[in-house]
Design a protein around this ligand. Structure first.
Ligand code: BGC
Length: 714
């Protein structure tokens, strides 16, 4: 039964489930237990699967590995439905398997679900315990909407800053992405809901996404693109992996034997199932042999074609058994057989967004907001009675379903924002007797005039990120640079709030004293930004991705790298392991804002670094003190500078911790480094290797604000 809901709603839900369970054990299930002995919960998932498989015909096994049209299967014409559906088998007590997105909340036109901040904002919190709570809430909302398999999280590394799905991932660092994903998955799977880590593998751009080949060397794959998947498997025991659109080194991901079997099952030990991205299956025999277990949305290659291949012997029976076994074992292990969700028909109109979930959405938005610039103490706003704030820009305004609170595509969750930014700022300003005036920014001259008449201007800017299309460049669209400049010229006290899914250029940066990156921060975006602007919340988020200074000063600046040669057929990953800050550091290119960067309304001091060996691990400890005047949280970061015998970048993130401190308080932070933290991937030997030599241990407040340095010899 759901194990995560707390409070009154939880008690009610728990009761309903208990009643249902009691009814089950009183009637039908007794028959089921006789007819389906694998329904006994006392047996292990492996044993239950073996018993069930032994009772299944080949046709029944084949029905498990392919999706069908949920509309037809459920006899529903339209409305909110699952994005993927594998019918159950009542005679065998196999429940249907329902699939739905996604990474920022339960998506795909479901109504009454919480629009959480986008994953890039989640990553900016660097808060794994909060991320786990988010995962638990997301998983429970999914279950309550009838969903067994949640298509999240997306751990594709932000290689190309223009990527249209930048908002949907956790940024450019494999370690941060892996830890954020593992926490979320653990939370999701506290419920009887299978998490799906995606898109395996590489999937770095939307331009020609079905056919682009990511041409990437083996070491880069292992060091940069695969580790978040590895963390999902090894740390969080994720139930499912979604193979990606596109090709890796000229081989389609969903039929790539080395990726799906050698690495995923062999090296990582993944026991769960692989589901194709929607329409990412390209073959029958090659896919089955490579290790693809479920074709979605279904039918083209794994329907009749797979049955024929089995009949002819082109695909062996043990292969089908292995596919069915991986699906069933996962379903048993995560509780889908024992605690199936309610049927969608009964819950399609139900509001499952609890006050606790909305509070969590607010907390993530607050913690993920990054203060990029704050000169002359422009923030927090210090307004007095009778003063006026000019709020400018479309994202601040009203609307039933607000754009800019989330990115578009399969991850889109309709956010009916209860309190849009304009209203939240007005309410907060009213507390000190100040008032708000608004212009949507469509007319820069009028906006500037409004700003001129006000004491402070807050201008909101946005980008357009969406699945299926990369951004043309990193410039703000719709002439917003001109708008910001005009407003800043009219009022020197101008604060810029960015509602973007990734990095944007800021040609007006020198003109404004303060900039806040609020991302696409979900349905509580208004409350979160008002709290940060007025100092009710001290900003603590840090960038999970470098913000470049120009369109060209990026690791993927050549057309061969992005969008790729031959009309984006071949994306050449010639930057290798030098992705994100690894590239800026190696090439000594100054970014606009570096990875790990973010300001606070207070200050933090670092001291007393101690490095101690503990058998094969290394314990790094240091003191962080709040030396300013406000309570606040700091995200302390630990980077390792390898001996660089094998071309490693100057620093790589190996640990971090978020600490909350009252003024003049300090705390000791301890981070454990494992041999893996010090390793590089030795391709010829196909294993991790610790180089001999001197390692530098770098501790700091961002990747370019290192406060403590120590050494370690290996
Ligand atoms: C996306 C996946 C998504 C799937 C189902 C695909 O187009 O790439 O991320 O889970 O659709 O909606």
């Amino acid at each position: 039964m759901p194990r995560t809901r707390r409070g009154a709603a939880g008690a009610v839900l728990g009761l309903v489930v208990l009643v249902a369970a009691a009814a089950l054990s009183a009637g039908a299930p007794a028959r089921a237990a006789v007819a389906c002995p694998w329904m006994s919960r006392t047996l292990s998932p492996g044993k239950r699967t073996a018993m069930l498989l032994a009772a299944m015909t080949t046709a029944q096994k084949l029905a498990l590995v392919v999706g069908v049209d949920p509309h037809a299967a459920l006899g529903v014409a339209d409305g909110p439905l699952y994005v993927g559906y594998v019918p159950g088998n009542a005679d065998l007590c196999i429940p249907a398997l329902t699939f739905n997105d996604g990474p920022a909340g339960v998506a795909d036109l479901q109504v009454g679900t919480t629009a959480f901040p986008a994953p890039i904002a989640q990553a900016a919190t660097w808060d794994t315990s909060l991320q786990r709570r988010f995962g638990a809430a997301l998983g429970l909302e999914a279950w309550e909407k009838g969903i067994d398999v949640l298509l999240a999280p997306d751990v594709n590394i932000a290689r190309v800053p223009e990527n249209g799905r930048n908002f949907e991932g956790f940024g450019e660092d494999p370690f941060l992405s892996g830890q954020t994903a593992a926490a979320e998955i653990a939370g999701i799977q506290q419920n009887p809901v299978i998490a799906t880590v995606k898109h395996y593998a590489v999937n770095s751009q939307e331009t020609n996404r079905y056919y682009v080949s990511s041409n990437v060397d083996d070491r880069t794959l292992h060091e940069i693109y695969l580790p978040p998947f590895e963390a999902a498997v090894k740390q969080a025991h994720v139930g499912a992996v979604m193979c990606a659109y596109g090709l890796v080194n000229a081989s389609f991901s969903c039929q790539d034997q080395p990726l799906l079997t050698t690495v995923l099952r062999g090296q990582f030990g993944f026991p769960g199932f692989v589901v194709s991205d929607w329409g990412a299956t390209w073959s029958t025999v090659a896919s089955a042999d490579a290790g693809l277990d479920i074709e979605m949305p279904g039918g083209l290659f794994y329907g009749g074609a797979l049955a024929d291949a089995v009949a002819s012997g082109a695909v062996s029976s043990p292969t089908i058994d292995a596919m069915a076994s991986r699906i069933l074992t996962t379903m048993f292990r995560i509780g889908v057989f024992d605690e199936p969700p309610p049927a969608l028909a009964s819950v399609s109109a139900t509001d499952v967004s609890s006050p606790a979930d909305q509070a969590l959405a607010l907390r993530v938005a607050e913690e993920g907001t990054v203060l990029l610039k704050d000169d002359r103490r422009a923030l927090p706003l210090d307004l007095h009675a009778g003063e006026t704030v000019a709020v400018i820009g479309a994202p601040a305004g009203f609307g039933d379903i607000r754009a800019y609170a989330g990115g578009r595509g399969s991850a889109f969750v309709a956010a009916a924002t209860p309190v849009p930014p304009l209203q939240a700022i007005a309410a907060r300003a009213a507390k000190v007797g100040a008032s708000v005036v608004f212009a949507d920014g469509s007319d820069p001259v009028a906006a500037a005039a409004l700003a001129h008449s006000a004491d402070v201007a807050v201008v909101f800017a946005y980008d357009h990120e969406q699945e299926g299309r990369d951004r043309p460049d990193l410039q703000l669209p719709d002439a917003q640079d001109e708008l910001v400049s005009a407003v800043a010229e009219a009022n020197p006290s101008t604060v810029v709030v960015l509602d973007t899914g990734g990095p944007v250029l800021m040609p007006w940066l020198g003109q404004v004293p303060a900039v806040v990156e609020a991302w696409y921060s979900g349905q509580r975006d208004g409350d979160a930004i008002a709290a940060v602007l007025f100092g009710d919340v001290n900003p603590s988020g840090k960038l999970p991705q470098t913000f470049p200074a120009t369109n060209d000063a990026v690791p993927t600046s050549s057309p061969a790298q992005w969008p790729g040669d031959r009309q984006a057929q071949d994306a050449e990953f010639t930057e290798g392991i030098h992705v994100g800050y690894r590239w800026y550091d190696t090439e000594k290119v100054a970014p606009l804002f570096p990875f790990g960067y973010g300001l606070s309304y207070t200050r933090f001091a670092y001291s007393h670094l101690r490095i101690a060996r503990m058998r094969s691990n290394v314990s790094v400890s240091f003191t962080v003190a709040n030396s300013g005047a406000r309570p606040g949280s700091e995200i302390a970061q630990l980077y390792v500078d390898d001996p660089r015998v094998a071309g490693e970048p100057p620093k790589q993130l190996a640990g971090y911790d978020r600490v909350f401190l009252r003024p003049h308080r300090s705390t000791r932070v301890t981070i454990t480094l494992t041999p893996r933290s010090l390793s590089y991937w030795d391709s010829p030997k196909a294993r991790w290797r610790v180089a001999h030599g001197l390692y530098r241990i770098l501790v700091g407040s961002s990747s370019r604000d290192i406060r403590l340095r120590g050494f370690l010899r290996r």
